[in-house]
Design a protein around this ligand. Structure first.
Ligand SMILES: Nc1ncnc2c1ncn2[C@@H]1O[C@H](COP(=O)(O)OP(=O)(O)O)[C@@H](O)[C@H]1O
Ligand SMILES: [Mg+2]
Length: 538
């Protein structure tokens, strides 16, 4: 068990945590959520002992071991892959190192100390450490020929997996991770979801990935107003139940018993769905024990993302023939032949993010293809959310003037009208007069969304739309796209987004495309497609 008592943290005048008391219980997985800058990372660093709180204590039950997923990808560059994993169990690694040194310089005086160390080493199952580490690496798709390679020579994607293996190595009693899915591909995230869902020990994890939170969490720990509150259930349960409770609060005519019955019915339906889900886990059982009293109305503000269409498009949306693109002589994709139907919401997918970005840049006339053509239907109005938006923010305009650049009529140029769009994205009052140059990454994306809402397109193109956004914005954005009546082309590393918005998958590979009308999960799970994908990338 891990306990936090009377914890306060202050940076200058800013109070981040104010007398926080919280207990993290054995066997539970806590998904830590909160707005950007709420203090999630700071909290984990305090738990890990990397920084000291202003006052208060973190108490880990004696004899228990904590492990932290390393955020610094280059810290182990001088070590081999296998050694990096072994270092995850610090105590064991120190014993082994001392033993090796003493053996190298063997003498009668050393013998006693060696015996002592060997005993501890035995107790910790040290003789199996190398093979345990090796099998963990192999499970994560790091083949044996890489185990003795230096970390500095390992490609970034695989490095993240090695660090993951390091954190998980030796079954820590408490596992701490800050946004672990950020640099992982879908396969590795899927592996991690499964691993953690069946993990018997305590996990504290900060994440913006709703699919991941839903798959692994038994509790949501919400950081808000300097406090931490635990809620039973996963993210979707927390979100939907707190929305329902907030709605009930406004329904003054409804009797208390009716509200309670409604919440109970909600829990019953939710639990039935969890039981049906394919995540085979010991965690799942805990999610089935949900309680009406745990449900609290949400005090969060969600941005109002609403994409209206200026006019509905006709039947011709987009026709692509023989499209091909490359980067520095390397083919990114070729032979793209495809016809977009009205209402299609297409997940544009690739193992190489340069391919998907090149695809959008071509469709928006920012880059010329190496071969092929594309035609937009004459009734289409497109708008594009690029992955890199810095070219939009080079002039130092206030947000009102910035957004005015996309006004089409005199009425739309009006300040009150523009502030309406900014207000929907939670830039209110003074904030609308901020300069573009001081905005954070998340604020810039919110501006870009205000812009898209104002353009009122009937075809949206979104390249990694959830980057930099907080969970509230991602959730609101996701809901708005589910409801959008037009057509969408989008690329995302957010599994939930892809699964709930997309009805068709278009995968771009150096050897052509795979194009299927199905959900994203169906696509990832289909064994024939898996085989095809392996072939197309080789
Ligand atoms: N060492 C520090 N000194 C001063 N302010 C800090 C320090 N570390 C973090 N902060 C501030 O504390 C707030 C919380 O940061 P962080 O824990 O990284 O938030 P989160 O992970 O929830 O986005 C931010 O406003 C950040 O700028
Ligand atoms: Mg953080």
């Amino acid at each position: 068990m891990l306990t936090v008592s009377n914890l306060s943290v202050q940076f200058g005048k800013r109070i981040l945590f104010d007398e926080v008391n919280a207990t993290f219980t054995q066997g539970n997985c806590y998904g830590i959520i909160g707005a950007n800058g709420a203090g999630k990372s700071t909290f984990l660093k305090i738990i890990a002992g990397d920084i000291d709180p202003t006052s208060g204590h973190v108490i880990l039950e004696p004899g228990k071991r904590m492990s932290v997923l390393n955020q610094n990808h280059n810290m182990f560059d001088e070590h081999t892959v296998l050694e990096t994993v072994l270092m995850g169990n610090k105590v064991l690694f120190a014993i082994k190192k001392e033993m090796d040194e003493l053996y190298a310089d063997y003498s009668d005086e050393n013998a006693d100390r060696i015996g002592e160390l060997q005993l501890k080493f035995d107790e910790m199952n040290g003789w199996n450490a190398d093979s345990d580490a090796a099998s963990m690496l192999s499970n994560l798709g790091i083949s044996e020929d890489l185990h003795y390679t230096l970390m500095g020579e390992v490609e970034p994607k695989l490095k993240v997996r090695v660090l993951l293996a390091q954190a998980l190595f030796g079954n820590p009693d408490v596992l701490v991770m800050d946004e672990p899915t950020n640099d992982l591909d879908f396969e590795t995230i899927g592996w991690l979801e499964n691993f953690l869902a069946n993990y018997e020990n305590t996990v504290l994890v900060v994440s913006h990935d709703r699919h991941f939170l839903d798959a692994v969490c038994t509790h949501i720990s919400d950081i808000d107003f300097g406090k931490i509150n635990h809620f039973s259930g996963n993210y979707t349960f927390w979100y939907e139940s707190s929305q329902l409770a907030a709605k009930q609060r406004a329904q003054q005519n409804k009797k208390a018993e009716e509200k309670k019955a409604e919440l109970e019915e909600f829990i019953r339906r939710f639990s039935a769905n969890v039981a049906k889900s394919k995540q085979a886990t010991s965690r799942k059982k805990m999610i089935e024990k949900l309680n009406v009293n745990d449900i609290k109305p949400s005090s969060r503000r969600y941005p109002a993302i609403i994409f209206d269409q200026e006019r509905e498009a006709g039947d011709q949306i987009l026709n692509i023939k023989g499209l091909e693109a490359s980067s520095e002589g390397e083919i990114l994709f070729k032979d793209v032949d495809f016809n977009m139907a009205k209402g299609d919401k297409i997940v544009v997918f690739s193992k190489d993010s340069r391919a998907t970005t090149a695809f959008y840049e071509i469709l928006n006339n920012n880059v010329k293809p190496d071969a092929g053509t594309f035609d937009w239907g004459i009734t289409t109005i497109q708008s594009y959310l690029p992955a890199d938006n810095h070219s939009f923010f080079t002039e130092d305009l206030t947000l009102v003037d910035w957004l005015r650049q996309w006004a089409k009529t005199e009425e739309e140029r009006d300040e009150v009208f523009i502030r309406g769009f900014l207000g929907k994205m939670i830039f209110s009052g003074e904030e609308a007069l901020k300069k573009g140059s001081v905005l954070s990454g998340g604020e810039k994306v919110r501006c870009m969304l205000s812009r898209m809402m104002m353009i009122r397109a009937n075809v949206l193109m979104l390249d990694e739309p959830t980057n930099h956004l907080d969970l509230e914005s991602i959730t609101a954005f996701n809901n708005s796209l589910k409801n959008f009546k037009g057509s969408v082309l989008f690329t995302t590393h957010d599994h939930e987004f892809a699964q709930t918005v997309g009805n068709r998958i278009l995968e771009l590979t150096p050897n052509g495309v795979i194009d299927r009308y199905m959900t994203f999960d169906e696509y990832l799970d289909d064994p024939k497609i898996k085989e095809l994908r392996t072939k197309m990338y080789s």
